[in-house]
Structures are given as structure tokens and as C-alpha cells.
Write a protein that binds this ligand. Structure first.
Ligand code: LLP
Length: 395
């Protein structure tokens, strides 16, 4: 991921209502609803041009208010667990717009989704197909399914969030498709309605999506040659965001992204194209706000020790991810710090040798672009409390 941003880190800060924020108990996630609204507007503006359908990837952020907002905006939901399906339904997503993916769906999760009559199961293996068929048969139902196909396209992103290579655990290999179609002809309680892909996340090179389109076209041709008409094509999510410059680029390049699919994908008459964007919808609206507990002089370094840790935002520790950090309390001359949390792990570091305005105990730091895979990945390691949450329009 982007570990070497070139921008001057201390300058160019985001907009925070500092007087209000100062009074709140840290650490907390702060969601700027204006940014979220503008992002959603930008997505809707583009997809309406093409009649595309967005199923928001709930895994990126399942905060109830955010889900409610996205459901009210008309998006569907992409879920990867029974609890995500429940969260989506509780937030107002109609079951008819919910898809359920995941390599290890349990019987309980499949039964829940069958009971709710969700739109589609994105199926990842032959054994799973057989189980969905038998559970649907017990209920006297027919489940709509899409085959998740692993297209072996390199997403050029961090290896932990690359999902579309042969070595990854996700989806059917292309070589298994003939056998799967044969199997499907015997399974009467599942109905094949489409194919599904998702090759990775935080994809910054948009040409990657062109390569995906080429593969999808080949696969669509393969189905057509066998006289199979697929109503739905789902190409997943993956569009990256600008972690280095959230103020300069608060909204991803949706125009170019959707244009690529429009120009490169050869859909047949009536075929609908679905997306499952997560990060690019919610990342830039969220910041993790943390208070400086101590500034400690080390032998060779200065540490800004803050009250948020890897339990609140695990991305730097897990993926070596860069999150821009701003001292929103200080305009003093710049100095370099290692910004670290209080957790008993050496990986509990948000940034090393990072330029901040001179930092003192009590200052507030904003870790930017934390709206996706931030709050939802928080844990209680060290018996810590989960981070609190505030919204820009409700403080
Ligand atoms: N659809 C499927 C099947 C997925 O597996 C994912 C993400 C998405 C859609 C949404 O992708 P997005 O638009 O958000 O890139 N925790 C990691 C990210 C893991 C992404 C997993 N799959 C991180 O913090 O970077």
C-alpha cells in the first residue's frame, strides 16, 4: 500500500469543528456526513447513466446510521455473513437487494438467507452449491445463485487484499466451470442467474479493471456458446481511495471507473451489471480522532503516544497501511514523531518519522481516511473499550 506519500504531511488539514470535538471523549470515529452524501451523489450520478446497480459492501463499515443512510439512498447490500445480512435488513435494505458471498457460508447463514429470500447467493465452490441446493429443497424453495469465478487477474494491490488469483481461496476456477454446469443441471433447488467476480481491494491502477473486463467477456462468451443466458453480471468492488491526499481527492474517480466497464464490457441485451463498492463509498468520510497522552523522548526518536491503538484502527499494523495524520490542535512548527498507541505490541504504530505540527499532551490527532475497514475491524484486545462514534451533524 501507499507507504511513501510525497505530500507535506503536516500541511493541508481537513475540516473539523475543533471546539465541539475537543469536548468529546477520545478515541472516537468521526463521520463527516457531508463527505458521505457527496460521495454517494457522485456514485449515483454515474451509475444512472448506465443503469448499473450498486450493492454496498457492508464489510467496509456496518455502522447502523451509515447503513441506514445507504439503504435510504437506494443501494443494495453485499454481505459476507449472516450477521451482516441481519444488519443490512435491520437498516432497511430490502432482502430483494441483498447478495451473500463468502467461501465458508454455514448452514445457519444459508438458512437465514433462504428464509429472508435474499436476491442472490454468490457461490464459491461445488460443495457449497450442493449444500445450498439441499437446504433450499428442505424449505421447498429455489435459491437464486451466481457463480463466483476466480478470473486469475492480478489486482496489483497488497497481497492480503488480493482475491482474484489462482492461489487465492475465492471462487470457482475457470477450469471447473464445465463440471459445475453439469452439476447444476441436476440441482433443482438452485437457479443460476449470474456470475460474480471480485479481484481485490484498494485498486489504484484502473487498467486492472480493463483486464478484468477482458476476462469477463471471455467467460460470458463461454456461457453463451453453451446457450446459457445470464441475467446478472456482478464485478464486485475494489476501487481505491487516496490515502495520501484525502483533502485534495475526497471522492474517488467514479466517472472513469464506471466508464471503463461501459467501454470494455460486452453485455448482451437485458444483462444487468452489479457492483459491490465498499471502501470508495465510506473511507473518506471517516477519521479516527485520538488524544495525545504523552510525548516521550526516546534515544533516537520522539514518540507521540496517543490514546487510540491498533485495536481501534488495525490497518497500519496489519497491512502496513498509510493513514494521513493531522495534529488538529496545533499550528506550531513541524517536528518528526513516531505516532504510537498504548497496546502491548510493537506493531502498535500508526506512523514512523511522521511530520506533525509540534505536538503536546492533550493535542488531538486525526487519522484520516478511516471510514472503511476502521470501526468495523476494531477489537477489544487488552480489554479495551471499542471506539466511540460521532457524526458531524449530530454533535
Ligand atoms: N465484494 C467482495 C466479494 C469483497 O470481498 C470485497 C472486499 C468487496 C466487495 C468490497 O471491496 P472494496 O470496494 O471495499 O474494495 N480489510 C481490508 C480490505 C478487505 C477487503 C475484502 N473484500 C483493508 O482494510 O484494506
Amino acid at each position: 500500500m501507499n507507504n511513501n506519500p510525497t505530500l507535506s504531511e503536516a500541511k493541508d488539514k481537513g475540516c473539523f469543528p475543533i471546539e465541539k470535538i475537543k469536548k468529546l471523549d477520545t478515541p472516537f470515529y468521526y463521520y463527516d456526513m457531508d463527505v458521505l452524501k457527496k460521495t454517494v451523489k457522485a456514485v449515483k450520478n454515474e451509475i444512472k447513466n448506465y443503469g448499473y446497480i450498486e450493492h454496498y459492501a457492508v464489510k467496509a463499515n456496518a455502522n447502523k446510521r451509515i447503513l441506514e443512510f445507504l439503504a435510504a439512498e437506494g443501494f443494495g447490500a453485499d454481505c459476507v455473513s449472516g450477521n451482516e445480512v441481519k444488519a443490512a435488513v435491520n437498516a432497511g435494505f430490502p432482502a430483494s437487494k441483498i447478495v451473500l458471498a463468502g467461501v465458508g457460508k454455514t448452514d445457519k447463514e444459508i438458512n437465514l438467507a433462504l428464509d429472508l429470500n435474499i436476491f442472490c447467493f454468490n457461490v464459491e465452490s461445488l460443495p457449497e452449491l450442493e449444500i445450498i441446493n439441499s437446504l433450499a429443497a428442505k424449505k421447498g424453495k429455489q435459491a437464486q445463485i451466481a457463480l463466483r469465478i476466480n478470473p486469475n487477474v492480478d489486482a496489483h494491490t497488497h497481497e492480503y487484499i488480493t482475491t482474484g488469483l489462482n492461489e487465492n481461496k475465492f471462487g470457482f476456477a475457470i477450469s471447473q466451470l464445465a463440471e459445475t454446469l453439469n452439476k447444476l443441471s441436476y440441482l433443482k433447488n438452485v437457479k443460476l442467474i449470474g456470475i460474480h467476480f471480485h479481484i481485490g481491494s484498494q485498486i489504484e491502477e484502473l487498467e486492472v479493471f480493463e483486464r478484468l473486463c477482458i476476462k469477463v467477456n471471455e467467460i460470458l462468451g463461454w456461457f453463451e456458446d453453451r446457450g446459457i443466458k445470464l441475467e446478472h453480471v456482478n464485478v464486485g468492488g475494489g476501487l481505491g481511495v487516496d490515502y495520501a491526499d484525502p483533502n485534495g481527492h475526497p471522492i474517488s474517480d467514479f466517472k472513469h471507473f464506471f466508464e471503463i466497464y461501459h467501454k470494455n464490457l460486452k453485455l448482451s441485451e437485458g444483462q444487468l451489471l452489479h457492483f459491490e463498492l465498499g471502501r470508495s463509498i465510506v473511507a473518506q468520510c471517516g477519521s479516527l480522532i485520538s488524544k495525545v497522552t504523552y510525548v516521550k523522548e526516546g534515544e533516537t526518536k520522539k514518540f507521540a503516544i496517543v490514546d487510540a491503538g491498533m485495536t481501534d484502527l488495525i490497518r497500519p499494523a496489519l497491512y502496513q497501511a498509510y493513514h494521513k495524520i493531522e495534529n488538529i490542535s496545533s499550528e506550531l512548527p513541524e517536528e518528526k514523531y513516531d505516532v504510537v498507541g498504548p497496546i502491548c505490541e510493537s506493531s502498535d504504530v500508526f506512523a514512523k518519522d511522521y511530520t506533525l505540527n509540534k505536538t503536546q499532551r492533550g493535542d488531538l490527532l486525526a487519522l484520516r481516511t478511516a471510514g472503511a475497514y476502521g470501526e468495523i475491524m476494531a477489537s477489544q484486545y487488552n480489554c479495551r473499550e471499542l471506539p466511540k462514534v460521532y457524526f458531524s451533524d449530530k454533535i
